[in-house]
Structure formats: C-alpha cells, structure tokens
Design a protein around this ligand. Structure first.
Ligand code: SAH
Length: 222
C-alpha cells in the first residue's frame, strides 16, 4: 500500500474513533476520491495531512479533509440527489458529493459554481482527470445567484462564508431540501448552519459547528 493510502486510512480510523463522522456514505466517498489529484504536484504528498491547502495563487483554500467529510454528513446525502455547490475551487468537494450520491442503480448530479475564471478551468481539469465529468458540471459565475436552469435542488452547499442565506438559493431549493453554509464575517470564525426549507417561504435552521472559510463574494456575499 502506498504511503498516501496509509495516511488516508489513518485519517478514516481517527474520524471513526473520535465519532467525528458516522455516515457510511461519507466514508465510502472519502475512500474513493483521490484528494491528491486536486492538489498541485508539490503538495500532493501532504494530501492527507488534516489541514487546508492553498488553491493556486488565488488566495482561496481547499478545505481540510475533516471538513470535507463532515460536509458530506451535514448534507444527509442519498443516491440520486441533485446538488448545487457554490465555490468549486479545486473541484474536490463537488466530486466527493458526486461519489456519495452514486450507487449501483442511482446516479445523482452536482452543479458547482465558481466565480474565479482560472479556478473554473482548474476544477474542470481535475474533474475530467479523475473521471467524474459525467456527474459534475462546473459553471462559471456568481453562485449567490444560483443556477436556475437546473433548479430546484435537493441540496445546496456553500463552501465560502456569507452574511446571510442568499435569497435566490432559497428559491432554487426544493421544499424539504437542505442548504448548508458558513454564516458570518470573514477572517473570523463562522457558524456552519443547516437550513431546511419547510414551505415555499419558511425554513428551520440548526447550528452545526464553528468553522473558518474564505469570504463569499458576489451579489449576496460580503
Ligand atoms: N469547494 C472547494 C473549496 C472552496 S474555497 C474545493 O473543494 O476545493 C471557496 C471557493 O468559493 C473559492 O474558489 C472562491 O473563488 C469561490 N467563491 C467565492 N464566492 C463565490 C461566489 N459568489 N460564486 C461562486 N464561487 C465563489
């Protein structure tokens, strides 16, 4: 077994021992997707060190492994769902979600929006090279406006921190659907929050954890 595989296994054992994540779908996806393939060559050897890593020289970061797997559990994923992600970055989280919503007889789809043009290309390249381009579509643009063409979505995840739930994203969420986002000000801890759309106009919300994400840009960003 390669060193990377061993490092990944150690992370999984550690998350299980601490009870950090329980969702088997999340572990299956985490095992399946090679995080190293979403990193520049010079940081691939630290793919399973549990910390965030820079995304090219854009000032953006790819989240730490524990956060990416916790997001899978927060989203309560099941095979066949349609998911919108805001902030494609490297494409890693989108592919993790795609892996989790695929089973032997159901294949879901992830639409991922990215506002930085060079990251749109980077994410697309990584997704193609790992063979997930049939299940993940990267779209260039302001994710706070959502992507109406493929709406409504069963799940929406924002991987950048914003001040409030962007109204277009609430509109594009299916009734009964979930939206998870870090709510708060940049450069400080934010509150990872789960919104559940209960009717066309109402939602309930639950606080999940304290997190540190890069700022959400765009019309309803910071
Ligand atoms: N999910 C990514 C990491 C996200 S970092 C991964 O797995 O690698 C946050 C990303 O959100 C950055 O790439 C940033 O450019 C993007 N972003 C910030 N505001 C945005 C917006 N309004 N619309 C789309 N993308 C946005």
């Amino acid at each position: 077994m390669s060193t990377l595989h061993q490092a990944k296994d150690r992370l999984i054992q550690n998350y299980k021992a601490r009870g950090l994540v329980k969702d088997e779908l999340a572990f299956r996806a985490f095992k399946e997707v090679p995080r190293e393939m979403f990193l520049p060559e010079n940081s691939r050897s630290s793919a399973y060190s549990d910390h965030p890593l820079p995304l090219m020289n854009t000032g953006q970061t790819i989240s730490a492994p524990h956060m990416t797997i916790m997001i899978l559990e927060y989203l309560e994923l099941t095979p066949g769902l349609k998911v919108l992600e805001v902030g494609a970055g490297s494409g890693y989280q989108a592919v993790l979600i795609a892996a989790a919503i695929t089973s032997s007889d159901e294949v879901g789809h992830v639409y991922s929006l990215e506002i930085v043009p060079e990251l749109v290309n980077y994410a697309r390249k990584n997704i193609e090279e790992t063979g997930y381009d049939d299940r993940v579509t990267v779209i260039s643009g302001d994710g706070t406006l959502g992507y109406e063409d493929a709406s409504p979505y069963d799940r929406i995840i924002l991987t950048a921190a914003g001040p409030e739930l962007p109204p277009p994203l609430f509109e594009q969420l299916e009734i009964g659907g979930l939206l998870v986002m870090p709510v708060g000000t940049p450069r400080m801890w934010q509150v990872m929050t789960k919104f559940r759309k209960t009717t066309e106009t109402d939602f309930s919300q639950e606080v999940l954890s304290s997190v540190a994400f890069v700022p959400l840009r765009g019309q309803y960003g910071i």
